[in-house]
Design a protein around this ligand. Structure first.
Ligand SMILES: [Zn+2]
Length: 229
């Protein structure tokens, strides 16, 4: 069996999802070098980080963080691209696990009862085969031992691609796209809202708006990546 594994590795070498180098037998998804070099933000330990400031006076999130900066080398982008467009589910698990490890050490992220991934519209999820935010949430859930609240937040309107829209147009586009289900389950709870990338914050604002209807809810936000400034 071991010999067979060796042979398979020779013929189809497993490569690092971030840099493309061949993985050693004991390495999984991302090589040891990349694990060390991926640019972490440390934002989970800084309550006044630039992402938290983005929501000041607009949405009373308890804490906001991104695990990584988009790197100059493109490794973080590569991991996210693989997750979103190439079916590399394992990238999402890896990214989620990295977030989870950071949050375990962060005082603002303690006492969380549920993880809530930002939902994809069902049509998009069918095309992609999964919701990338849900996969990231699975990685976080595994490390932090916190359950995912399934179908508490659902997407009701189909939106077109955001890339060519201005900030204001984007906000108009996503303002009321989320609907709250089973609000009693979340009453008085600290929840962790999870998304892949934080850019304008419009999607998180919209999800926050829906969740804030729950009495006594406390919402913290975790994302994989943001731009460095
Ligand atoms: Zn690598």
């Amino acid at each position: 069996m071991k010999l067979l594994n060796h042979l398979i590795n020779l013929l189809f070498p497993r490569v690092c999802a971030a840099c493309g180098n061949i993985l050693l037998e004991r390495e999984d998804t991302v090589c040891t070098t990349c694990r060390f070099l991926l640019p972490k933000t440390g934002y989970e330990l800084n309550p006044n980080n630039p992402l938290a400031q983005m929501f000041y006076g607009q949405m009373p999130f308890n804490a906001v963080m991104a695990e990584f900066f988009f790197s100059k080398t493109g490794k973080v982008q590569h991991l996210i691209h693989g997750l979103k467009y190439k079916g590399c589910r394992e990238n999402g698990i890896f990214l989620g696990e990295e977030i989870g490890k950071s949050l375990l050490k962060a005082p603002d992220y303690q006492g969380i009862s549920y993880i809530i991934p930002i939902p994809l519209h069902p049509k998009k999820e069918k095309i992609r085969g999964y919701n990338q935010s849900h996969v990231i949430a699975e990685g976080i859930s595994e490390v932090m031992n916190i359950p995912i609240a399934e179908k508490c937040l659902v997407r009701s309107v189909f939106t077109d691609t955001q890339t060519k829209k201005s900030r204001e147009e984007r906000w108009q586009n996503v303002k009321d796209i989320f609907e709250l289900k089973k609000p009693q389950k979340l009453q008085g709870k600290h929840v962790l809202l999870v998304d892949d990338v934080l850019t304008t914050g419009a999607t998180l604002m919209s999800a926050g708006k829906a969740l804030m209807q729950v009495e006594g809810i406390k919402i913290s936000v975790a994302t994989v990546a943001c731009a460095s400034n």
